[in-house]
Design a binder for this molecule. Structure first.
Ligand code: ZN
Length: 448
């Protein structure tokens, strides 16, 4: 970094202001020594590694045999441990208690911060909130980006687009933009651009004919207008035909997975790969229809009590008794898993997303369940880790800062006490957690 002359040139007070919230870059150095490094790129793990963190960034990485450790650094013994990037959840909804129903009254700045703390607690260092945000989320994002709030990094799509009365307005109400007018859609994109959203969300799903569906002309208008501002558009999809239309119109990625068919043309898969589309299958959202009925013991996990309100846990127990998933829902789920495997095998980028915050979809916990489901779908543990790290950074257009542990990247990382390549559930065995170069006091985080 060659910022020295610039810093020296700043008036004293301005410099003081700049550094009021964090110590100056480079002044605080930490060395994590001896861990097995799984860096998020998908490359082979590096045993007996040394990772030097300076300020908020990774300064250098090497093996202990040939990497000198600078004098005066804080040394962290990583022997017997596994170092991985913090996870990135590309599909969350903030400002909810993850109860059976979405309540507008829950959408407060305090609740958003608690949600973000909960993701952070579980090692999810960045989240992308997809289409249900009001101004409070922008206040939180601003507090983070000005260094006044240290919690999981928030990226937001603001308000997403659907048809009048379309999904998910039946659940979330008027926070979503409901329009049949391409002109109105363009004006709303202009507004989102002024708010500096990190993404744009479109719901393209008629819930099997039960809800109105967004018009193709509105989809095209959103994509065309978003292109002017270079904002990536990500769509909630269900069908292959809609996915094809959205790719043609310039979408950047997808939430959920194609479920109406498994007959996907290999040429289309190659196109998705070449365009570097990121698919975020969000399989756990589907599995939640029966997950607690089949695995009620999951609700006994101490981290459930720690992070979820007691009345919501009670509602989840109740729902476990009344859950009767339809055979069609099961078939959709299995098809989504097989298509996830097919796309991954074809080289399409897979991302990690939980839909956390939606009904009984517990923030963070379900991010980890989704990692397990990606492995059940056929990804290797290494591929699932890459989905939750490098692909996330790429989808956020922050691949040069987030998602991998490489020199120059932000130091968002977890030191695990067990090997996640043997069992991805070990991603929850967090011994130490670092965000932006600072150790996180996990037990002190206010989660609810
Ligand atoms: Zn969602």
């Amino acid at each position: 970094m060659s910022s020295g002359p610039l810093k020296r040139g700043l008036p004293f007070l301005a410099a003081l202001f700049l550094f009021a919230c964090k110590p100056p870059e480079e002044s605080v150095q930490k060395a994590i020594i001896g861990a097995v490094l799984i860096d998020g790129t998908g490359g082979p793990p590096l045993s007996n590694s040394v990772v030097i963190v300076a300020g908020s960034r990774i300064r250098a990485i090497g093996s202990r045999a040939n990497m000198p450790i600078p004098a005066g650094v804080e040394k962290i013994n990583g022997a017997g441990k596994f170092l991985v990037p913090g996870l990135i959840d590309l599909h969350v909804h903030l400002g909810t208690r993850a109860g059976p129903a979405f309540k507008a009254a829950d959408y407060t700045r305090e609740r958003i911060e608690e949600n973000l703390n909960t993701y952070l607690y579980f090692g999810v260092t960045s989240v992308r909130s997809m289409g249900t945000d009001r101004p409070a989320a922008f206040d939180v994002r601003n507090a983070e980006r000005t260094g006044h709030l240290l919690t999981a990094r928030l990226f937001t799509a603001g308000r997403g687009f659907t048809a009048p009365g379309g999904h998910p307005s039946q659940e979330v109400g008027d926070v979503v933009i409901q329009t049949n007018s391409p002109e109105e859609a363009r004006r709303e994109v202009d507004t989102l651009a002024r708010e500096k959203v990190d993404a744009i969300k479109i719901w393209v799903d008629d819930l099997g004919g039960k809800a109105p569906k967004i018009k193709p002309a509105v989809i095209d208008a959103v994509l065309d207008q978003a292109r002017k501002y270079r904002i990536p558009v990500t769509a909630h999809i269900y069908s292959l035909a809609d996915t094809q239309h959205l790719v043609q119109a310039g979408a950047a990625g997808f939430l959920h997975m194609i479920q109406d068919t498994e007959d996907i043309d290999p040429a289309f898969i190659a196109r998705l790969r070449d365009l570097r589309m990121v698919f975020t299958p969000t399989l756990v959202r589907q599995e939640l229809d029966w997950l607690f009925a089949e695995h009620p013991e999951l609700l006994d996990d101490p981290d459930v009590a720690r992070s979820v309100d007691a009345d919501i846990v009670a509602a989840a127990r109740q729902s476990a008794h009344s859950a009767h998933p339809s055979p069609a829902a099961r078939q959709d789920f299995e098809r989504a898993k097989r298509n996830t495997r097919t796309l991954a095998a074809g080289g399409v980028l897979i991302g990690l997303g939980s839909d956390g915050g939606s009904a009984l979809d517990f923030p963070g916990l379900m991010t980890h369940r989704e990692v397990e489901l990606l492995v059940e779908a056929g990804l290797s543990p290494m591929e699932a880790i890459v989905a939750g790290t490098r692909s996330g950074g790429f989808a956020l257009q922050k691949g040069d800062e987030l998602g991998t542990l490489e020199p120059g990247r932000r130091a968002d990382l977890m030191l695990l006490s067990a090997n996640p390549l043997e069992d991805v559930r070990n991603l929850r065995k967090i011994d130490q957690l670092m965000l932006d170069g600072e150790w996180v006091d996990r037990p002190a985080l206010k989660l609810k």
